[in-house]
Design a protein around this ligand. Structure first.
Ligand SMILES: [Zn+2]
Length: 134
């Protein structure tokens, strides 16, 4: 099944795209508070210890390019000083911090777990048995 950027952006379960990944309301003290399992298809959001270390690489790649490219553009194209570009980069990092933090985990989970259309309907008992066996 096709990859869904909408499901990643909205932090939905990668398997059914219906259940939420993160607890709400948002808590600044614990921005990565996730549910243990999907409320719709019972997918385990922590498949193994240290699973989300891979999400740190995704977070690093997204944030570094997202901050570097505008800073380079401002300095070399629009003749901003380096200090002005750094202030802009810090501002951009501050306003996108939590979205990238959560989004990289969601993206990593979506890259590792395939979408299963049959899991969308939680009454489908056959798909539940398949998952418990394998
Ligand atoms: Zn689910």
């Amino acid at each position: 099944m096709k990859f869904s950027f909408k499901a990643v952006w909205n932090n939905k379960c990668p398997q059914c795209r219906a259940g939420d990944l993160y607890k709400s309301p948002f808590q600044f003290s614990d921005p990565l508070a996730m549910y243990d399992k999907c409320s719709n298809c019972q997918l385990d959001y922590n498949p193994e210890p240290g699973f989300y270390f891979g999400a740190m690489i995704i977070s690093y790649a997204i944030s570094s390019w997202m901050l570097l490219l505008p800073a380079l553009l401002l300095v070399f194209k629009f003749d901003w000083s380096v200090n002005q570009a750094m202030i802009f980069a810090l501002f951009l990092a501050a306003i996108t911090y939590f979205k990238i933090l959560r989004g990289s985990r969601a993206l990593y989970l979506h890259l590792m777990i395939k979408y299963d259309k049959s899991s969308r309907n939680s009454d489908n008992s056959a798909s539940k048995y398949d998952k418990s066996i394998f």
